[in-house]
Design a protein around this ligand. Structure first.
Ligand SMILES: *Cc1c(COP(=O)(O)O)cnc(C)c1O
Length: 351
């Protein structure tokens, strides 16, 4: 077993459960609505003989519609297999210094996994007691900064003035802003791109475009940054995106009306769910995402989590410092949220 001493040993990211069968699944921030109708159409009529050929290595067709939609040049757009792939590529490309990269202590739990995998030193900066990012904490020497905005799993959005402060103090390193949830009512840092060439904005089709199963994410930054990202990608795997995914992704971007309506529906349900949870004694920050990160005033989170699961209702729970009394609840359909609230009421009344 000597070969084992040469193994790259890592502690992997643990994704939320994907139970089979009929359950109410509010644990991985999936969108309860289907993707844009054009996606189904293009998949149903897909010419399978096209699979004989390699896909576009530069993903040009999808890059072009994204550039159009976000009013940037195609040379400023990079697409990948979910934003996880894009984030991993960005870590590998831009965080190549001996200095520590900085990200919050409570944030997307993949960041420390990638940093460890790639041997990037890192420091986790504590959020304040209300789970806010404190921009001035990022004014120290570092090898790069990663901010999820709105942050996950807290749901808290930091205004662009905060992002600007961080960008301003970190002109000499790359600052990644992970905007997985930005479409649910927050404001994108894309408007700061002209001012800051150290900014890389990363978004995903998994949440607001209802395509978690398709795996599409993208980054927008300066042309130079995107060139460096592509150099690393082509040194690793030229064909990350398959032809079917590219075709489906284009349809999702084209249907702006469907996209807006679907996000608005989620926002409406979220606001109703906030009121219902408050009435049950839950406390939480003002979520700008498709989930609510809530703590009950008296009943332990782990108890609620376990009881919900017995009733085939899945939410997310982490037994980790600072957040072990919180549950992350994805906003589902109105009907799903009503069932959740009914069951929560029973569990809390019986506790
Ligand atoms: C869901 C999520 C991602 C990853 O999304 P994919 O595009 O599905 O890989 C990245 N960052 C944050 C903060 C997320 O919540």
């Amino acid at each position: 077993m000597n070969w084992e001493s040469n193994v790259r040993k890592v502690v992997p990211y643990v994704p939320g459960e994907q139970p089979s069968g009929k359950v109410i699944k509010l644990n991985t921030n999936e969108n309860p609505y289907p993707p844009a109708p054009g996606v189904e159409k293009v998949l149903k009529s897909y010419d399978v003989s096209l699979l004989r050929k390699y896909p576009e290595p530069d993903c040009r067709s999808l890059v072009t519609v994204l550039a159009d939609r976000y009013k940037v040049k195609p040379s400023q757009v990079f697409v990948g297999v979910g934003s996880d792939d894009v984030l991993a590529m960005a870590f590998l490309t831009f965080f190549n210094s001996d200095k520590k990269i900085l990200f919050p202590d409570v944030t997307y739990s993949f960041y420390d996994v990638w940093a460890s995998l790639f041997g990037i030193p890192f420091e986790q900066i504590p959020l304040d007691d209300d789970f806010n990012i404190v921009p001035s904490d990022y004014e120290k020497e570092n090898g790069g900064v990663v901010i999820a905005n709105p942050n996950a799993p807290t749901g808290v959005f930091m205004g662009l003035d905060g992002i600007r402060k961080i960008l301003e103090a970190n002109r000499d390193v790359v600052c990644i802003v992970d905007e997985a949830y930005v479409d649910f009512g927050a404001e994108s840092a894309l408007s700061l791109l002209d001012e800051y060439d150290n900014l890389l904005v990363i978004q995903t089709f998994s949440k607001s475009r209802s395509m978690a199963g398709m795996r599409i994410g993208f980054a927008i930054g300066s042309e130079t940054m995107i060139k460096y990202l592509n150099d690393v990608k082509y040194s690793f795997n030229s064909y990350t995106m398959n032809s079917i995914t590219l075709a489906a992704g284009i349809e999702a971007v084209k249907d702006e009306e469907y996209f807006k309506a679907s996000c608005e529906k989620i926002i409406r349900t979220r606001e109703k769910l906030k009121a219902d949870l408050k009435a049950l004694g839950f406390e939480f920050g003002d979520s700008m995402t498709n989930f609510i990160f809530a703590k009950h005033a008296s009943v332990p989170a782990e108890h609620i989590f376990t009881e919900l699961k017995k009733r085939d209702i899945y939410v997310r729970y982490w037994n980790k410092p600072r957040i072990s009394e919180h549950l992350r609840i994805t906003v589902g359909t109105d009907e799903e949220c009503d069932i959740l609230v009914r069951n929560l009421k029973e569990i809390i009344d019986q506790a």
